[in-house]
Design a protein around this ligand. Structure first.
Ligand SMILES: [Mn+2]
Length: 335
């Protein structure tokens, strides 16, 4: 079925250029940032379908398996976790602002004749031969949708689902600053033709284990305000994970408890991730504070209201560093 959607003017030329590359190619890989989220996974599988429908043999390669939450996506177990020996015609790197974020599959950058970088992070490093980077896009799925439209593709349920999952999760259920008119227009068309939004929300947001809830209860005990009272942090230690028998997966949402407190402008989440040397720090802000900038001060990245970085040191040391920067930002914005 065709979708009643158009390609925005600013995206027309680039999506046609990439569509031509797809038509000429025989083989491709797709990869995304480490610990993929709904946008990476939805975008990856939507792009796989576009490529396969165009006769391109495609594999998805990821530094780690996708979160269990997205098990309902068709083919989700078909993700490889090692760099292939042979070189592909096209290599798509999606939703990834910086090659560092590919972690143990970063060797993929040498495994294609043409690297195509598709992303919506403002501080993208433009490492591709072709860079389709648009920070006004609600999600990477919105950009991949444009490729499908440029190729005049027929949509089916799986394709619609993958695009919808990316938009729904990256806008945090149509609540964040990237909730554009187009995000709503695309979602409306997908709902009109294919998607049951209640069912999909229940699969993603109404599917929490009781152990995760116990972990959240523990994590909330760690709530600490900064001196200004405008930022608030939550810490998840490896001990908390062990005691509640949970994995460090799908915990990004915990940060919203801190950010959503009345009077708080910035939420901070700190946790340790297996295999990463340092503390993973996530930031979420409500409005004026650009946490993408905050994260970039620590060699991280992200968006205006959602970002993250990795900082070496103990929880205490890292918190001190982060709080110093955030407090200065808050004072400067005189909130
Ligand atoms: Mn994204």
């Amino acid at each position: 079925m065709k979708l009643d959607l158009y390609i925005p003017d600013k995206d027309k030329d680039i999506s046609k250029t990439i569509a031509e590359k797809i038509k000429e190619a025989d083989s491709a890989f797709i990869t995304w940032h480490a610990r993929p989220d709904g946008d990476a996974v939805g975008g990856g599988f939507a792009l796989k379908k576009i490529l396969e429908d165009s006769g391109v043999e495609t594999e998805i390669i990821s530094s780690c398996a996708p979160p269990e939450t997205y098990n309902f996506i068709n083919g989700i177990n078909d993700v490889k976790t090692s760099v292939p020996a042979d070189k592909k015609d096209l290599g798509f790197i999606i939703d990834c602002s910086d090659l560092k974020r590919l972690e143990n599959v970063k060797g993929l950058i040498h495994k294609a004749d043409t690297i195509i970088n598709i992303d919506h992070h403002k501080l993208n490093h433009n490492f591709g031969d072709i860079n389709y980077v648009r920070d006004y896009a609600a999600s990477v799925c919105s950009l991949i949708l444009n490729l499908a439209l440029a190729l005049d593709m027929d949509f089916d349920y799986d394709m619609a689902l993958n695009i919808y999952v990316g938009i729904l999760t990256d806008t945090n259920r149509f609540q964040e600053q990237n909730t554009t008119p187009r995000a709503h227009i695309v979602a409306a068309e997908l709902i009109d033709k294919f998607i049951n939004p209640v069912k999909i929300s229940a699969r993603i947001y109404g599917n929490q284990t009781v152990n995760t809830l116990k972990l959240i209860a523990r994590a909330l005990e760690s709530l600490k305000f900064t001196p200004s009272g405008k930022a608030c942090s939550i810490t998840i230690t490896p001990e908390m994970l062990k005691e509640t028998d949970t994995a460090n997966e799908n915990l990004e949402g915990v940060i919203n408890y801190a950010r959503n407190i009345r009077g708080v402008e910035v939420g901070i989440l700190m946790r340790k991730i297996d295999g990463l040397d340092g503390i993973k720090v996530s930031f979420r802000s409500k409005g004026a504070i650009d946490v993408g900038w905050t994260a970039s001060r620590f060699s991280g990245g992200g968006h205006h209201n959602a970002a993250g970085c990795l900082i070496k040191g103990s929880f205490k040391e890292v918190k001190q560093k982060v709080v110093n920067v955030i407090e200065k930002q808050i004072i400067k914005a005189s909130l």
